[in-house]
Design a protein around this ligand. Structure first.
Ligand SMILES: [Fe+2]
Ligand SMILES: [Fe+2]
Length: 165
């Protein structure tokens, strides 16, 4: 495994770990809404599982000499973005809608990145893994968007309407 491949996989591992942390905070933060909180918990668990997969991929060293053409600075930027969201989340918890919005953006960014990895990695094992990751990101976007719409509609209904005359 060349250095870049290792660095990418390590950064991917760290990214998933940080996503899991953010989602766990959201799960705690929005406990009063059982359904929403459960969704965050499930999503956090899935990110933990992704982190585990990247850690395993790092351990498999034989036959993985390929040249990854992925731009390393891109993943480093994503990692910085995720870390600063984690920091902000801890200091200043967002509203449920804000939380969903930033998570949707993150997941979209990651889906694009994983798609790039999928195209750049030569090895079938890595390709399959990034394909699965990309699909998981897209599934998360879908789940989060659904939750966003439900919450958004509910928030709208809370606004008192004009009294009927
Ligand atoms: Fe993930
Ligand atoms: Fe995700």
């Amino acid at each position: 495994m060349n250095i870049d491949t290792m660095k990418i996989l390590e950064a991917c591992h760290e990214l998933e770990k940080n996503m899991a942390k953010i989602y766990s905070i959201f799960c705690e933060e929005f406990k009063q809404d059982e359904e929403l909180s459960e969704m965050w918990q499930k999503t956090a668990r899935e990110e933990e599982n992704h982190a585990l997969q990247f850690r395993m991929a790092l351990k498999i060293k034989e036959d993985l000499v390929e040249s990854a053409q992925v731009d390393l600075s891109r993943i480093m930027n994503s990692l910085e973005a995720v870390k600063s969201i984690l920091k902000r989340t801890r200091e200043n918890p967002p509203t449920p809608l804000e939380a969903l919005r930033s998570a949707i953006n993150l997941e979209r960014q990651l889906a694009d990145f994983h798609l790039d990895c999928l195209a750049s990695f030569k090895n079938a094992f890595h390709k399959d893994m990034f394909q699965a990751m990309m699909k998981a990101d897209r599934d998360h976007v879908e789940t989060l968007e659904r939750a966003y719409l439900i919450l958004f509609d509910a928030a709208k209904q809370d606004i008192p309407s004009e009294p009927a005359r």
